[in-house]
Design a protein around this ligand. Structure first.
Ligand SMILES: [Zn+2]
Length: 331
C-alpha cells in the first residue's frame, strides 16, 4: 500500500514541525519519514485488555498468530514461505470450524506468471447481505523482510475475528478474505503491480453476483504498532469511516483512531472502483515500514485487541443499517 501525496501535505518542514508540536491535523509524514518517536517502553497503556472487555476478542491469541507467521519468515507471493502461510491460515480456520474456500489463480507479474491464492471464509447469516473483512497475508519482496506489522498484524486480527464469528449465528453473512499479492513485486508501487488478490476477488465476486450483496468492506492492514495511530483514509467511504471512528471513540480509543486524515491506496480500492462501500483501517506512518526492522518487538497485543474490539463492536451497527435498508424496500 502507499500514501498518496496531496498538495496540502506539502507544507514547509518548519510548519510541519509546528503542526506536529501543536497536535494539528497537518501531516507531511509517510512511512519512511515519520516523526521520530521515543523507543517503545512497556507502560500500563500496553496492558492487553482481557477478552471480556473487548467483545471477546483476544489480543494475545491474535499476537500469537503474528508470532507464528513471523516464524515462517518472508511470505512473498509465489514463494515457499507464502505457501506455508497459506497452510497455516487454512489449518487455523479449519480448527475454528470456519467454512474455508481457497481460491487459487495465477497472474502475470514483473517476475513472470505467478501462482497466488486468496483464502475466503464464508459464514452464512440470516440475511444475504455480506460484510466483507479483508487482510493481505503476503509480504513485500525485500531481503530479510518478515513483515510482523505488514502483513502479520492484520492477518492475526482476521484469524482471531474468524475464531469469534465462525461459530456464531450472525444476522448478516460474514466473509473474511485473506488476500495474496497485495504488495508490488517491484520496489515502487505502480499499477498494475499491486493488489493482485483484491482485484481478483472483486472481479470474481462481480461475475458470481456476490458483489451486489456486499454492503461494506472493512480492510485492516498494519494495525499492530505499539504506537498505533490510525488516521482516516480520504479514499474510504465516508459513512463507513464515520461509523468506525465514532465506535472507536465511544469505546475510548480516540487516541488511536485519530481525526486527521491521509489518503491511501490499498486492497479496498478495487472494491471502491466497483462502487462498494469500503474502509481502510491502517497506520502507514511507521518508521520501520518496508524495512527488515518490521519485527515482532515493534508490535503490541493491545493494539491488535483495540482494532479487534472496534471491528466486533461495529458489526451490530452494520446489522441495523442493513435491516433499515431492507425495511425501506418493503412495500
Ligand atoms: Zn507493505
Amino acid at each position: 500500500m502507499r500514501i498518496i501525496f496531496r498538495r496540502w501535505t506539502l507544507v514547509p518542514f518548519a510548519a510541519a514541525l509546528f503542526l506536529a508540536a501543536c497536535g494539528g491535523n497537518g501531516s507531511v509524514t509517510n512511512g519512511a519519514t515519520s516523526e521520530a518517536a521515543p523507543p517503545p517502553a512497556e507502560t500500563p497503556q500496553q496492558t492487553v485488555p482481557a477478552p471480556e472487555k473487548t467483545g471477546g476478542f483476544d489480543g494475545q491469541r491474535a499476537f500469537q498468530h503474528v508470532a507464528d507467521l513471523v516464524t515462517i519468515g518472508p511470505r512473498t507471493a509465489g514463494t515457499d514461505g507464502n505457501h506455508r502461510a497459506q497452510d497455516y491460515i487454512i489449518s487455523q480456520l479449519e480448527g475454528f470450524g470456519c467454512p474455508v474456500d481457497p481460491e487459487a489463480f495465477h497472474t502475470p507479474t514483473p517476475i513472470g506468471d505467478t501462482e497466488m491464492k486468496n483464502i475466503v471464509v464464508k459464514i452464512p447469516g440470516n440475511s444475504p447481505d455480506i460484510v466483507l473483512f479483508l487482510t493481505h497475508y503476503d509480504t513485500k519482496r525485500l531481503p530479510n523482510f518478515v513483515g510482523a506489522d505488514d502483513s502479520g498484524s492484520s492477518t492475526g486480527v482476521a484469524l482471531e475475528l474468524a475464531r469469534l464469528l465462525c461459530p456464531r449465528k450472525n444476522a448478516l453473512t460474514m466473509w473474511i478474505a485473506f488476500l495474496d499479492g497485495e504488495e508490488a513485486f517491484n520496489v515502487e508501487w505502480h499499477d498494475p503491480d499491486n493488489t493482485y488478490g483484491s482485484r481478483e476477488l472483486a472481479a470474481r465476486m462481480a461475475i458470481s453476483g456476490d458483489l451486489r450483496r456486499v454492503k461494506s468492506v472493512l480492510l485492516v492492514d498494519m494495525i499492530g504498532s505499539r504506537d498505533l495511530r490510525i488516521k482516516r483514509d480520504a479514499n474510504s467511504t465516508s459513512w463507513l469511516t464515520d461509523m468506525i471512528w465514532s465506535t472507536a471513540s465511544h469505546l475510548g480509543y480516540g487516541d488511536i483512531f485519530v481525526s486527521s486524515s491521509t489518503a491511501v491506496e490499498d486492497d479496498h480500492i478495487p472494491f471502491l472502483r466497483r462502487s462498494v462501500p469500503a474502509v481502510d483501517i491502517i497506520d502507514l506512518e511507521i518508521p520501520y515500514w518496508h524495512t527488515p526492522q518490521d519485527t515482532l518487538d515493534k508490535l503490541s497485543p493491545r493494539s491488535l485487541a483495540v482494532v479487534g474490539h472496534v471491528l466486533i463492536a461495529v458489526v451490530p451497527q452494520l446489522e441495523q443499517k442493513s435491516a433499515r435498508a431492507s425495511a425501506a424496500l418493503l412495500p
